[in-house]
Design a binder for this molecule. Structure first.
Ligand code: GAP
Length: 445
């Protein structure tokens, strides 16, 4: 069973150490929004960089785009979001709170938290009605219906509407994918569980275009590869699963869908969906735009509308999973050590450099190492307080290595390097420190 107190401890650690702050905090906050601090922004950037590297940079068959958040309203009519991207909502006329009708059993009555909404004598719940999750805004100075647009609720549609542009401007051939990382917005009725369900969040999506007859093969490949990606970055066997949707769960156009799920402190939650979307999206955009989005295969001389496999991940949601997995507490010399065992690729700071004491040339030698490493890695210099306390601060930040310059350094040009997880130290020649880190962190450190 997951430890339910971990979430509370993580929220506090994230605030205290500058990973994640509540959005607009000094004005009382804005529910469902979060701000990423100095450590959080590095962690999020490392997740996105790892995803881009592994899914775009090292593949010949995937290219990237970065499309506008505001799109022509017809996009969302074609995709089906305007008509159907909604959740069932119930209002309580007594306390004015709103709940998702399908989550009443997991919600609390604000006036009587021991009861579910509708169970307390004063509750007056309305009948459920559909609530569209897209945020609206206006383009230009006139706030009229014709100028209304939505903030995108997913990055995927920016890819579909550029399918022809990418085909026409590159030499890439089907089967191939288009990837995008970016912000998405959903007016969630009940944002909850820290950053898990937010109103503003980041997605990492791929639309992989292929021929119908090979599409199930591509679906299998993508679902296996995407599952392995999370494992490679440290999410362990028993906390991670791949769940195939049954017939009833499938969207009407989908031939198959699986979710990568993580066992969060409150239970299983989706990190990524891998869906076989058939040719639904391109067909819809052909219908609504009147443009031909079919593909002509030069070799076989065939013209067809590609089918699509869509691995769709949440960057911010996976950040929470990586934090939950990494969080640990242990007794060390009579004190509790809090440690984030983040995968070195994801760790916000790769190494910290300390002079043991602030004298005898140690700060100068440490600073020289710091300046050298800074050109290649995200590193941190710290000379304040007892060295044991400095180690603990780096453990909490998830820093894999701490490099200390001590009295011996002046004599034999070596430093100690302490490993975050084992807490073991070894002496390494000063001029080998950079290679030591490259060996353990890789070129993407
Ligand atoms: N284009 C398909 C699509 O958007 P989705 O299942 O709605 O599919 C994909 O979203 C991923 O985006 C989810 O698996 C989740 O990781 C993330 N996500 C969705 N809604 C979110 C929210 N409100 N807050 C944080 N992440 C969210």
């Amino acid at each position: 069973m997951p430890d339910a107190t971990v979430l509370e401890k993580l929220v506090s650690l994230c605030k205290r150490r500058g990973f994640i702050f509540p959005g607009s905090e000094i004005y009382g906050g804005l529910t469902g929004t979060w701000d990423y601090g100095p450590l959080g922004v590095e962690l999020l950037r490392n997740i996105k960089t790892a995803w881009w590297h592994d899914n775009v940079t090292v593949r010949e068959d995937v290219v990237g785009v970065d499309t506008a958040i505001l799109m022509n309203r017809t996009v969302w009519q074609a995709s089906g979001h305007e008509a159907a991207f909604s959740d069932p909502l119930v209002d309580c006329k007594a306390c004015k709170a709103r709940f998702r009708a399908d989550q009443i059993a997991e919600s609390q009555c604000p006036r009587k938290p021991s009861k579910h909404p509708g169970e307390f004598t004063e509750c007056q719940l309305t009948e459920p009605r559909q609530f569209n999750l897209m945020f609206k805004t206006f383009v230009g100075p006139v706030e009229e219906n014709a100028a209304m647009v939505y903030l995108r609720p997913e990055t995927a549609q920016g890819i579909f509407v550029n399918f022809k542009n990418v085909c026409d401007s590159t030499r890439i051939k089907v089967p191939f994918g288009i990837a995008q990382i970016g912000k998405s917005f959903r007016n969630e009725i009940t944002p909850k569980q820290f950053i898990f369900r937010s109103r503003e969040f980041e997605q990492m999506e791929i639309e992989f275009f292929c021929k119908l007859d090979t599409s199930m093969e591509w679906y299998q490949k993508w679902r296996d590869e995407r599952f392995k990606w999370y494992q490679d970055l440290g999410l362990k066997g028993s906390n991670l699963r791949l769940r195939e949707h049954d017939e009833k769960e499938l969207a009407f156009y989908s031939k198959a869908t699986s979710d990568v799920e993580y066992l969060f402190p409150w239970g299983w939650g989706e990190l990524e969906g891998i869906a076989h979307r058939s040719d639904y999206d391109l067909q819809q955009h052909m219908k609504f735009s009147g443009k031909d989005l079919s593909y002509f295969d030069d070799e076989t001389k065939e013209r067809f509308v590609p089918h699509v496999i869509e691995p769709s991940a949440g960057a911010t949601r996976s950040l929470l999973a990586f934090l939950c997995e990494a969080y640990g507490e242990e007794e060390v010399e009579g004190e509790t050590r809090t440690v984030l065992r983040l995968h070195p690729r994801l760790a916000p700071v790769k190494a910290a450099i300390f002079p043991l004491v602030k004298k005898d040339g140690m700060p100068e030698r440490s600073m020289a190492i710091y300046k050298d490493l800074q050109r290649f890695f995200q590193v941190f210099y710290d000379e304040k307080g007892a060295v044991g306390r400095r180690y603990r601060r780096q453990d909490e930040a998830g820093t894999p290595f701490c490099i200390t310059v001590d009295g011996q350094t002046a004599q034999d040009q070596t430093v100690t390097i302490r490993d975050r997880d084992s807490m073991k130290q070894e002496r390494v020649a000063t001029d080998k420190v950079r290679d030591y880190l490259f060996d353990r962190l890789g070129a993407q450190g």
